[in-house]
Design a protein around this ligand. Structure first.
Ligand code: PGA
Ligand code: ZN
Length: 424
């Protein structure tokens, strides 16, 4: 039973305030969590509450912290912490709005996650076991790892937000991480040879190189994979997060770096050309968040690849349902803070799997040193995970937790590998 909730203002990896929360249960078990925050956020996401005013440039979260210890604590005190669904419903009801904007999705998620961690502690289980259904064995996810960053995470050096390595051929999670670390180092070496400085990293730890075109970034990544002694395509595929909402203006897609202004059809045509020239296995947010027509076109034209909806679905069951009905995309990015509670995020994973959509659990560009996301991926069997690059501690916190879980499971560790990606 939940007995006591405390909260505080903490900092995320961009130095922006975020909500920390500790939940104590009657038996003395305790869990605490801090929550992440996006930069290229979708319009349909749950709403963070920020204080405004002058502290931290208006980004303070003291009001959200007060909502945790006030109305949200009142709503869940006395509830059974192991009943996540009831706790999360009470949190949602206490807020009363669809986007959790009244008390703040940042406040709500902090309580939701800290409760799950406390409940796992009370049961003496690792979090990944506690969040799993009883008959589902743990599954180590296939990672997609940020190597080159652009968009809102790197001062818009290039239009496409993420160029990621997908270690398709690796046989374990540990090998997958080693390969991706090598690809990052290999890519940095290629830049160094060209006289480009590589010390600057973007928000998610990727290389923040200024490149003339998006294709130049793809060329660079292919070279980096080769420099790492791995085969582009066979060993390591490429995933891209276009984050197209970010450069969609007045119905057109503006590739600023290339000084081109494209229609949805032209953008999809461009992506199809990239797919012909590079080993691209996954494309995220190829079109803007409300461009369902463009997405329809992309789903037809770019078939044979994972088409992943982030801003499109925003971890929202109703938007995913529309996607399933209209057969748009074939994979969902799942970010717990887009919806605000663990129960709702989990429902999206379950529904996606039922409908044959792949799931990728994802961190945000503003993260914390917490590692609970890793356990969710394993327990929920999302089969894929995206947390940024292999540098910066808020990223390695998640990789390191997965490495530890795999080591602990030993021979019993099941690794999703290449099969995680739809379609293969
Ligand atoms: P965000 O970016 O956390 O800044 O929204 C992550 C993504 O777009 O996948
Ligand atoms: Zn995205």
């Amino acid at each position: 039973t939940i007995s006591e909730i405390t909260a505080w203002e903490a900092l995320d990896s961009r130095g922006k305030p975020t909500v920390g929360c500790a939940v104590r249960l009657d038996g003395g078990a305790h869990g605490e969590a801090t929550v992440p925050s996006g930069a290229s956020t979708g319009a349909h996401e749950a709403r963070e509450l920020r204080d405004g005013g002058t502290r931290y440039g208006g980004n303070g979260v003291r009001t959200a912290v007060g909502n945790v210890t006030g109305p949200l604590a009142d709503a869940v005190r006395g509830l059974d912490a192991t009943d996540q669904q009831t706790v999360d419903r009470a949190l949602r009801d206490a807020d009363g709005t669809a986007d959790l904007g009244r008390l703040g999705a940042n406040a709500v998620l902090a309580v939701s996650v800290a409760t799950a961690i406390a409940a796992a502690a009370a049961r003496g289980l690792p979090l990944h076991r506690a969040v799993a259904t009883s008959d589902a064995p743990p599954l180590l996810p296939l990672p997609m790892v940020n190597i080159i960053s652009g968009g809102a995470h790197a001062g818009r050096a290039i239009d496409v937000q993420d160029f990621l390595a997908v270690p398709l051929g690796a046989r374990s999670f540990a090998e997958a991480v080693e390969w991706c670390s090598r690809v990052r180092a290999g890519t940095a070496d290629v830049l160094t040879d060209r006289g480009v400085p590589t010390a600057l990293v973007a928000d998610e730890g990727g290389l923040a190189a200024t490149l003339p075109t998006n294709r130049a970034a793809l060329d660079l990544l292919v070279d980096g994979i080769g420099r790492a002694g791995l085969r582009p395509g066979d060993d390591v595929g490429i995933a891209i997060d276009i984050a197209a909402t970010q450069f969609h203006h007045d119905g057109r897609y503006r590739l600023a770096a290339e000084r081109r202004d494209l229609t949805a059809e032209e953008l999809v045509g461009e992506l199809a050309q990239w797919c012909g020239a590079y080993p691209i296995v996954s494309i995220e947010d190829a079109l803007a968040e409300d461009d369902w027509t463009g997405w329809r076109h992309a789903t037809d034209r770019l078939s044979g690849r994972q088409l992943l909806g982030d801003d499109l679905f925003v971890t929202d069951l109703a938007r995913l349902e529309r996607g399933i009905t209209e057969q748009i995309g074939n994979a969902v990015l799942v970010k717990p803070n887009q919806t605000g509670t663990l129960h709702d995020a989990r429902s999206v994973v379950t529904r996606a799997h039922e409908a044959g959509y792949a799931t990728v659990l994802s961190a945000r560009s503003g993260e914390t040193e917490d590692n609970w996301l890793a356990d969710l991926a394993v327990g929920w069997r999302t089969a894929q995970i995206k947390v940024g690059s292999t540098t910066r501690s808020e990223r390695t916190a998640k990789w390191n937790r997965l490495l530890r879980i795999e080591a602990e499971l030993g021979d019993r560790a099941e690794y999703a590998g290449r099969a995680a990606m739809t379609p293969t």
